[in-house]
Design a protein around this ligand. Structure first.
Ligand SMILES: Nc1ncnc2c1ncn2[C@@H]1O[C@H](COP(=O)(O)OP(=O)(O)O)[C@@H](O)[C@H]1O
Ligand SMILES: [Mg+2]
Length: 418
């Protein structure tokens, strides 16, 4: 067993040894859900004569990062297990007293993710971030366990929108089953975690973690409450986030949100070597006339003119989102030896990082960027989508915000010490 593992409380230990049909571990970030649920999975495998199981995450990459190769993840906790590709499927082979156990690894987040499950018969299923799985995958995985003599599922998640289909179609229903139905199902448990359930979370670490989240995310990821997204995305944004860059800020980075059907937005950024603060120094947003007439070559020219005036930047320090036609602009840039980076981040993760940078005084917006300032002030959650259980912002006046988000995801977040 891995060094560094601290004993959980008696309450969490009782959860770990529970091997009923479905355990749902829900709670804030860093509350120990993944750690405890992985230990539960290993306990189940060691104590039941099973042969085949499934583990899934939003993507195969996130599953491997969060649960398999993480510190004190599956391979750390079970050093004899072997991870590799076989028959084109990612899998783990776990030697046990009752023979080898094979666990197939899948990403479950896409509409067609369930295709991978066809033909698989399994006895147990572990799902990381279950609210990020597609409903088809969830239904198919449950069906794959139908013939198991020892059905066991464990799902982990941060709280989401109370109308999320996971709750509506699954967990709320299971919670309200009659005792007879529960028995026929094989048992269902909702384990609500709190930050203090993780033995390494000292009051000091909890205080630091609280600074990372605001608004809806604070409710979900710190308080552990399910809540809808409503109102402003950046409710804290105000004059304290708007500041003229000090004289030692040299522009070194840029980001572009190319729009075929909305205005193209560009932004230029720099960091103060003395204070380590980042600044959005300049913005450029196409007018409706420019949007109607400009080609990708025209945008490149505007970009180079402004970049030259600002003193020039390294050819690798520009982020262009490849979505929405942006790839064509990136190709145009490559012709002139630019090496644009594709941000490649989910919208919610990007918003979360941007909120953290603005709210903790790591990123400021110059008063020379009025459209960015208005865009951030106006950015709000889509309440119609909230009613359907989704969490997404309204796509309106969001071009400057998107471009700032790309900058944060590509260049700022990786350089800011956590
Ligand atoms: N019992 C424990 N002993 C030592 N470290 C732990 C323990 N439980 C959790 N941790 C560590 O705390 C961090 C957060 O735990 P994790 O289980 O990933 O939380 P969650 O899944 O709720 O976000 C991880 O680095 C994890 O290894
Ligand atoms: Mg986790």
């Amino acid at each position: 067993m891995s060094e560094g593992l601290r004993p959980f409380s008696a309450k969490v230990n009782r959860r770990i040894v529970c091997c009923d049909a479905l355990q749902f571990y829900e709670g804030p970030v860093r509350s120990g859900k993944t750690q405890a649920s992985l230990m539960s999975l290993l306990y189940y495998i060691a104590t039941h004569p099973v042969k085949v199981g499934i583990m899934s995450g939003n993507t195969i990459g996130s599953l491997i990062r969060n649960c398999i190769k993480s510190k004190m993840g599956f391979l750390d906790l079970c050093p004899k297990a072997k991870h590799g590709m076989r028959d084109n499927v990612n899998q783990i082979l776990v030697p046990t007293d009752h023979g080898d156990v094979t666990i197939y690894l899948f990403g479950g987040g896409k509409a067609n993710s369930d295709d991978q499950l066809r033909g698989v018969t399994a006895e147990f299923w572990y799902a990381d971030e279950i609210t990020k799985h597609h409903q088809n995958f969830i239904n198919e995985a449950m069906a794959r366990l139908a013939a198991s003599d020892y059905p066991y599922m464990v799902w982990t998640s941060n709280p989401d929108n109370p109308r999320h289909p996971l709750y509506v179609e699954h967990t709320d229903k299971y919670l309200h089953m009659s005792p007879e139905e529960k028995e026929a199902f094989g048992g269902y448990h909702e384990f609500h975690f709190v930050l203090e359930d993780n033995p390494i979370m000292t009051p000091k670490k909890i205080a630091a973690l609280k600074l990372r989240y605001t608004g809806m995310e604070y409710k979900r990821k710190i308080l552990g409450e399910r809540c809808i997204a409503e109102g402003l995305v950046f409710p804290f944004f105000g004059p304290q986030c708007i500041k003229t860059p000090p004289s030692d800020v040299k522009v070194g980075y840029a980001a572009i949100d190319y729009g075929a059907v909305h205005p193209t937005a560009m932004g230029w950024y720099g960091r103060s070597p003395s204070t380590k603060e980042w600044y959005k120094v300049r913005e450029w947003v196409a007018t409706p006339e420019q949007s109607a007439s400009m080609t990708t070559a025209d945008y490149l020219r505007v970009f180079e003119e402004i970049t030259d005036k600002l003193g020039g930047i390294n050819r690798m320090n520009v982020a262009i989102d490849y979505g929405g036609g942006g790839e064509a602009l990136a190709r145009e840039f490559e012709k002139r030896r630019w090496m644009p980076q594709n941000p490649n981040k989910s919208v919610l993760d990007g918003i979360s990082e941007m909120a953290r940078m603005l709210n903790t005084g790591r990123l400021f917006i110059s008063p020379d960027c009025p459209q960015t300032i208005d865009g951030i002030y106006l950015y709000h959650w889509d309440e119609k989508a909230s009613e359907r259980g989704e969490t997404k912002p309204v796509k309106q006046y969001d071009d400057t915000v998107d471009e700032t988000r790309y900058m944060v995801a590509t260049f700022i977040e990786p350089r800011v010490r956590k």
